[in-house]
Design a protein around this ligand. Structure first.
Ligand SMILES: C[S@@+](CC[C@H](N)C(=O)[O-])C[C@H]1O[C@@H](n2cnc3c(N)ncnc32)[C@H](O)[C@@H]1O
Length: 266
């Protein structure tokens, strides 16, 4: 399954109320959103018809997140009729719903950028948010170099390093590799906006993991040993639980953990 088909179907099953996209390019992933959205790209070249209430931010993600109220666009105003027209919670101005339900991190394909994008996105998440990172399963060592050789054609860079780093530093997060084409996606569940472990450890993590080319992608990632089938994941019971967001964090995340364990066969 191509990543855009996966994303399209993820929107349908998760039913996010808000969407954040880092790295938009020609707008093919952004075109899948139907809800209040923010898209961040220093040089967007949108050629696709869009269908959402959008703030397009023409800057790097670091600059976007350093702003005073980066997620302001996702917040409802005080006028319930205007909120209804824009597909926002009617009284969201009073309930403070500026959280990102679904985020797609697909900006600069260097490990430290993806790590910062995740750290910053988590600050604006809730327990039921889902973060999708693209290009996490390179197909060969050449695709994973930090110095891009050809300006067009597949390039994952070394963002795959986020997978072992999250496993080592944030065992509280629930993650799954997904066997999408061409270069795999990685989903993170159970966001905790108060957690600062990655932010506090950022310098040491970067020092350990940012290494000159060539990169040595672990065989298990190249072979997608732990990656689940996109079809099976999309059909799991995870999504209705997250979409309803009624059962509370502990029960919801128990379902996510149990369903992913069943998909992986252990
Ligand atoms: C692979 S493309 C995004 C593709 C798009 N998400 C899709 O699926 O159709 C990556 C984009 O990231 C943007 N980008 C590069 N550096 C960035 C940064 N520091 N912050 C945000 N976006 C960045 C590039 O301009 C490029 O358009």
């Amino acid at each position: 399954m191509h990543r855009h088909e996966f994303l399209q179907r993820l929107h349908a099953v998760l039913k996010p109320r808000t969407y954040l996209e880092i790295g938009t390019n020609d707008g093919r992933s952004l075109a899948l959103s139907r809800v209040p959205s923010i898209a961040v790209d220093p040089s967007p070249k949108i050629r696709t018809k869009l269908h959402c209430d959008l703030q397009l931010v023409t800057s790097t993600s670091d600059s976007f997140f350093s702003g005073r109220q980066p997620m302001g666009h996702l917040m409802s105003g005080r006028n319930p009729l205007r909120n209804a027209r824009r597909g926002r919670p009617l009284f969201g101005a009073y309930t403070g719903s500026n959280r990102v339900d679904l985020a797609f991190i697909d900006g600069m394909h260097l490990f430290e950028y993806a790590l910062r994008d995740f750290i910053n996105t988590e600050r604006f998440s809730s327990w039921s948010s889902v973060v999708v990172l693209d290009d996490m399963l390179p197909r060969n060592q050449a695709e994973a170099v930090r110095e891009r050789v050809t300006p067009s054609g597949p390039w994952t860079g070394d963002v795959y390093k986020f997978i072992p780093v999250v496993a080592a530093h944030r065992p509280d997060l629930i993650t799954v590799q997904v066997d999408t084409q061409p270069t795999g996606v990685f989903l993170v569940f159970g966001m905790d906006p108060a957690n600062t472990v990655l932010k506090d450890g950022y310098d040491a993590i970067v020092q350990e993991w940012v290494t000159p080319d060539p990169q040595k992608v672990p065989e298990a990632l190249l072979e997608r040993v732990e990656a689940v089938e996109p079809e099976a994941l999309l059909g799991s019971r995870i999504w209705p639980v997250l979409a309803r967001r009624r059962r509370g964090r502990a029960a919801g995340l128990r379902t996510v953990r149990g369903e992913l364990a069943a998909l992986r066969g252990y």
